[in-house]
Structures are given as structure tokens and as C-alpha cells.
Design a protein around this ligand. Structure first.
Ligand SMILES: Cc1ncc(COP(=O)(O)O)c(C=O)c1O
Length: 501
């Protein structure tokens, strides 16, 4: 099919008034439209797609947008990319059904199914209504994204290869409840020294990251309809997991001292409180000591649980790292969660949850029965990575690199935008938050404009529950290699300045 024929077909579909994905970002819409076109048989097996450059030109989209949609379809098996010769529609759909001509009943069914997914549960609908994650591609300034120039890949390969060579059959099994014990020992030591967490190795459970830790805590400690407090604005991942567990979320405001319950809130009776005390996500405030004490006393009085998400505290650029909330807890009300997503890489899917001693047996059982553990080879390699000192070395190196990137970005923001914005949360972590002084600014529109220029910035308003009080942008600086930060920062700041003018 020629580029402009396909472009015409796609343009018609993309702009159809009843397109069910019309509210989604462009790359997502293009992905859905291309996928429907393939499923509907309009693009048959073996058809070569025009180059992404030609498609971008004919659709009047950025090449990044087109590459993101095409890349996703390649990853899912709808398209096949052949090095040097182009991209083709695959011979079989990812579920192995052969592709069918446009007018067959199967093609019609596929088209209808795509437009009207069959009944989801209420929980399923709630969960998928506005997914926070899939709408963004990884581009400069994508929060949470990192790049790997500092990561010691060869060393990591070597550590993993050692265990695969040994072919210890025990490491191919599900493993013990709670995870690989040597890793739990190493994490307990690390947390005691670096985060003042009060912990024994038995209290450390190895999970597949924060998301699973929240899910597990919510399932074991709360019932459907219980109230959970979340910070407002709040990390979307926590919000999704708590909602999916059937909790009623009560958004609690945030000020410069962290979560800030009102007098009425303090009268409430939550079952669980989710907080990010070391670096509030997304605003970046550190919870003050008086606020920590007040929260802990409240939790002890109400006998409710606090979930402390300590997702990025390894990267503190000024002063000493703050001690954990868990370390101050006298009544064993706090569950402390950490992740290797930031210090290693997000796809490693390894994290840990420290639970109070009396909860250890229940959490071991829950973890084992609900999710089935495993990944012991990876856990063993990670243990060596920590005990041989490589993790600390990596953190030190990353801290220097990220601090430099943050400084460059912050300097450009100050020079270009001056007092029209306030920077918040830049003392630690991998992102900073730009808050617009003028509340009338449309942060969604700026994010869309940035996406069209190949940058991913997240609108602050999207993290609010209910009417947003602030407009701003969350800017991640860990994904842009140090030498590339300045040109990207300049481009972004100019775009923002134009939007503010
Ligand atoms: C507040 C917060 N917690 C946790 C995580 C990491 O989650 P996970 O460990 O599931 O990758 C992130 C990732 O961006 C985050 O922003």
C-alpha cells in the first residue's frame, strides 16, 4: 500500500467522530487505529508499511509519535520489522489466528470487539478508564524513566552468568516464602545503615516492586469499602492499586511539610494511609518531623496502617538522607516499601516490603499464594551486586550524574521562565516539579505540545483527585544523557515560555 493511501485510510479512522479512542494521546490513537486496520483485514499479511518518516509526513504527526505506535505493534507481534528491508504486517496475529479479509465475519467481529470491549467488571472499568502509564512513551523528561550509560552492564551479565553456569536446581524453583534469604539479609543490612529502618531479614519480603507491595498490603490488611487516605496530588500507581482493591480513597491535601490532614480529616477513621514522606510524589516535599509524629500518633490511636513508599530516597543531593518514617514508629504500624526500579532499572521488577514482625507469617503466605515467587537467579545475582559493594558504587555514580542533569535543567528553567514558575522537590529523586504561578495555565496542552516535539512531560493536574489546585509539569531528568540535557532543556523551556506568553 502506498504511503498516502494508507495515510488517507488512517486519517479517516483517526478523526472519525465515533472513534472510541479520541481522547487518548496521538501515539496511542495511532496505535489503536493501525491495530484495528490490521485486525479488520484492511492491511493484509505481508503488506509492507511505508517508512515512519513518510507516514509521519503524510499524517502530519511527529516521527516519534509514529515510531512509538509502530514499535508497540512490533512488540505485540502485529508487525514484523526486518532489519534493512522495512516493516511488514505479520503472517499471524499475536494470538495465532491468521489474518482475514476485510469483509469476513471474523474481521467484522474483530472490528466490533475492538470498538466495544465486552463487559468488564466494575473494578475493571474503573481500572482501565484512565490508565496513567500506557499513555506516555519514553522520551526526554519522562518521569521515572532512566537511561543506562552509568549502569555496569557487563558486570551485571557476569554476575547472572555465574548462577546460570552453576545450574543450581534450587534456583529454578519457586523458592522459599518471602524470597531468597541471602537477598533479604543484604537488604536488611542496607536499610538499617542507609535508611534507619528497624528490620530483621525475616521482616523483608521480596516482591516484584512497589506495585505488588501495595497490592499485597491492601489485600491482606483492608476490606472492600474501607477508607484509605492518599496524598493529593498522588502517585497514580498507588491510586490504581488501592482502587482495584476496592478501597474508598480519601484525598488529603499536601503542603510544604508533606501530607496535611485538615481538622475534619483528623476525625476520620482510615484503615490505611499511603504516603511518600521522603519525596512526596509528585510535588517532592519532605515530610517534616512534627508531621511524621502526628501521623504516627494518629495511626497508633486509630489502629490503622501506614504504607511508606520510599521509592527514590537513594538520590538525595543536599544534606543527609532523611531517616525513614518506619524508623520512628514505636507501635509497629508502618509497612516500609522500596524498589530496585530506580537504582537498577525498572524492568528488573524487584522490590521489597518490610512488614511488622507479627505480620510476617501472613504476608509470607499471601505473597506465595497470590503471586507465586521465583526469579531466584536474578535475586542471587542482585545479592552479589549488593554485598560486593557495586550497588553503593552505582548509587554514588548516579547521584553525581543526576545532580548535574538536574542542575542544568533547573538553570535553564530559572533563566528562561524566571518567577513565572516555582520549582519544587528538586533536592532529591529523579524528577522535579514545575508549578505555574498562574493557575489558569493549561498544563495538559503544554504536555501535548511537548509530545509533538518529542518530549514527555506530565501535567501536574492529572495527579490531582478532584478539581486540581495547581497546574504544573513533572519533569524527569534521569533519561537524558548528561551532555544532551542542555539542548533538550532549552527546547522545552522555550516551548513553555511560548505557552505562557
Ligand atoms: C511514587 C512511586 N513509587 C514507586 C514507584 C516504582 O514502582 P515499582 O517499584 O512498581 O516499579 C514509582 C515509579 O515511578 C513511583 O513514582
Amino acid at each position: 500500500m502506498r504511503s498516502y493511501d494508507l495515510a488517507e485510510l488512517l486519517l479517516t479512522e483517526l478523526h472519525r467522530a465515533d472513534n472510541p479512542h479520541h481522547a487518548a494521546p496521538l501515539n496511542r490513537r495511532l496505535y489503536q487505529t493501525l491495530r484495528s486496520t490490521i485486525l479488520g483485514g484492511h492491511l493484509t499479511a505481508g503488506t509492507q508499511l511505508p517508512s515512519t518518516r513518510d507516514l509521519a509526513r503524510d499524517l502530519d504527526l511527529s516521527r516519534n509519535t509514529v515510531m512509538s505506535a509502530v514499535g508497540q505493534l512490533v512488540a505485540e507481534g502485529y508487525l514484523t520489522a526486518q532489519q534493512g528491508s522495512g516493516t511488514y504486517v505479520s503472517d499471524a496475529l499475536p494470538d495465532q489466528r491468521p489474518l482475514t479479509p476485510a469483509n469476513s465475519s471474523r474481521a467484522r467481529q474483530a472490528r466490533e470487539a475492538d470498538a466495544n470491549p465486552r463487559d468488564l467488571s466494575q473494578r475493571g472499568c474503573l481500572l482501565t478508564q484512565s490508565s496513567g502509564s500506557a499513555q506516555y512513551e519514553v522520551q526526554p523528561f519522562a518521569p521515572g524513566a532512566i537511561e543506562f550509560t552509568e549502569f555496569p552492564i557487563q558486570l551485571w551479565q557476569k554476575l547472572q552468568a555465574k548462577y546460570w553456569r552453576s545450574l543450581d536446581r534450587n534456583l529454578l524453583d519457586y523458592g522459599q516464602e518471602g524470597g531468597y534469604m541471602p537477598l533479604r539479609v543484604a537488604i536488611a543490612q542496607y536499610l538499617t545503615l542507609s535508611r534507619s529502618v528497624r528490620v530483621t531479614p525475616e521482616q523483608v519480603l521480596i516482591t516484584s516492586g512497589t506495585q505488588q507491595s501495595i497490592d499485597l498490603a491492601a489485600r491482606l490488611l483492608t476490606d472492600h469499602g474501607d477508607e484509605a487516605w492518599v496524598e493529593n496530588p498522588c502517585y497514580w500507581g498507588a491510586r490504581r492499586a488501592l482502587q482495584a482493591a476496592g478501597l474508598k480513597l480519601r484525598p488529603i491535601g499536601v503542603d510544604a511539610e508533606g501530607i496535611a490532614p485538615s481538622a475534619t480529616d483528623w476525625q476520620g477513621n482510615p484503615r490505611l494511609i499511603y504516603v511518600t514522606p521522603s519525596h512526596q510524589y509528585p510535588l517532592g516535599h519532605v515530610m517534616s518531623l512534627p508531621r511524621r509524629r502526628a501521623l504516627l500518633e494518629f495511626a497508633a490511636r486509630r489502629r490503622c496502617w501506614i504504607f511508606e513508599d520510599d521509592y527514590d530516597s537513594e538520590f538525595r543531593y543536599t544534606g543527609r538522607p532523611y531517616a525513614s518514617l518506619q524508623g520512628l514508629d514505636e507501635h509497629a504500624q508502618v509497612l516500609y516499601s522500596g524498589t530496585f526500579s530506580k537504582v537498577m532499572y525498572p524492568g528488573i521488577r524487584l522490590g521489597y516490603l518490610v512488614v511488622p514482625k507479627d505480620l510476617v507469617p501472613a504476608f509470607n503466605t499471601g505473597l506465595y499464594d497470590l503471586y507465586r515467587p521465583g526469579q531466584l537467579m536474578l535475586q542471587a545475582a542482585l545479592t552479589d551486586f549488593i554485598t560486593e559493594g557495586h550497588l553503593n558504587t552505582l548509587i554514588r555514580r548516579l547521584r553525581v550524574a543526576y545532580q548535574t542533569r538536574r542542575d542544568v535543567l533547573a538553570r535553564h528553567i530559572q533563566q528562561c521562565l524566571g518567577d513565572r514558575v516555582r520549582i519544587s522537590g528538586q533536592d532529591s529523586g529523579l524528577h522535579l516539579c514545575l508549578v505555574f504561578q498562574d493557575p489558569g495555565v493549561d498544563d495538559e496542552a503544554i504536555a501535548t505540545a511537548a509530545d509533538a516535539q518529542g518530549m514527555t512531560v506530565r501535567p501536574l493536574s492529572r495527579y490531582s483527585i478532584g478539581e486540581p489546585h495547581r497546574q504544573g509539569l513533572i519533569l524527569g531528568y534521569a533519561y537524558v544523557p548528561t551532555e544532551r540535557v542542555a539542548p533538550w532543556a532549552k527546547k522545552l523551556c522555550e516551548l513553555i515560555r511560548q505557552a505562557l506568553d
